[in-house]
Design a protein around this ligand. Structure first.
Ligand code: ZN
Length: 314
């Protein structure tokens, strides 16, 4: 997120040359986060077939829904049949965000007590030690208890930044490494990793572009920095915006261009919010790529200075 202005346009240059050469970008297939995690096999003993979700709610359908967005959605015949059912059943479906199955509890590393999986500290009064950071097994929404829907399982793009900040400060205070300087080395290390994990979570979720990229990542979609624009009209608009900025005669003109670009950013964020609300992941991905370009233009406008050239060399 803190790339210099020189690289801000490298992606654009690469995208432009790709576009002119009519050569589609080649992305290595990416394994969705979920499939890299331990995943219980759908045996009769697994949580997916017990008739209960991992939140303990009764599972209305016993259909196993394998989501693998990176390699295209794998859908069973049963699921296709399910899709033909009346729309009002939708609210009972298991959310695709729930694909990251993990145990609901873990054992405290010190006293072995069974505690909720995301507990930062052991819940036993006579223990209370800090736990290892969940890293890959938890998503940022859960860790900060923010931006989740009323069921507490579906990440939402529209999160309240003030609530997010309050949650972050509260958790951060509890894991601050300074409070663990007198503790064992293990506890101090856990405090450090917890602290940096929470920081990363907060800084990812507070920024709309990073949040969108992260939400797509949770669904197995990777949006790279050098992602090309498929829409020729949009590509022209981006090139034009860059040219205007390069040819700007002074700060006043740059301010005007920046405001124009801020409006594009706001529009894209509104559209992203709608796409995520409708669970239209393909549209959300296209809009995220678009937002990346407008963010590059914004950064170049912010870094503009009289006499300072916008370097376009690689
Ligand atoms: Zn304990």
């Amino acid at each position: 997120m803190s790339r210099p202005a020189t690289s801000a346009f490298q992606a654009l240059d690469r995208a432009t040359s790709r576009h002119l050469l009519h050569r589609p970008p080649v992305h290595p297939p990416r394994t969705p986060l979920a499939s890299r995690r331990p995943h219980p096999a759908p045996t009769p003993a697994s949580p997916t077939s017990t008739g209960f979700t991992r939140h303990g709610k009764p599972r209305p359908f016993s259909i196993h829904r394998p989501y693998s967005t990176a390699a295209g959605s794998v859908q069973s015949e049963a699921h296709d049949a399910h899709n033909r059912q009346p729309k009002h059943d939708h609210e009972h479906e298991e959310s695709p965000w729930e694909q990251n199955l993990r145990p609901s509890t873990k054992a405290c590393w010190k006293c072995d007590a069974s505690i909720p999986y995301l507990s930062v500290h052991c819940e036993r009064d006579d223990c209370g030690v800090i736990q290892r950071a969940p890293e890959e097994e938890a998503n940022y929404f859960e860790v900060l208890e923010a931006g989740l829907d009323k069921d507490g399982s579906t990440p939402t793009f529209d999160l309240d930044l003030k609530t997010l900040r309050n949650k972050f400060l509260r958790v951060q205070q509890r894991v601050h490494p300074d409070s663990y300087s007198q503790k064992s080395e293990r506890e101090h290390t856990y405090a450090e990793t917890q602290s940096s994990f929470v920081n990363k979570a907060y800084h990812t979720l507070r920024n709309p572009l990073a949040r969108a990229q992260y939400m797509l990542q949770l669904r197995g979609e990777h949006v790279g920095e050098a992602e090309s624009l498929e829409d020729p009209e949009l590509l022209m608009e981006v090139l034009e915006a860059r040219e205007e900025l390069e040819e700007a005669g002074g700060e006043e003109e740059v301010d005007k261009l920046k405001r124009k670009n801020d409006a594009r950013i706001a529009d894209t964020i509104t559209a992203l919010s709608r796409a995520f609300a409708a669970d239209d992941i393909a549209e959300a991905k296209a809009l995220t790529v678009r937002l990346q370009y407008w963010e590059n233009i914004r950064r170049a406008a912010v870094e503009w200075a009289p006499g300072k050239r916008i370097e376009l060399t690689h």
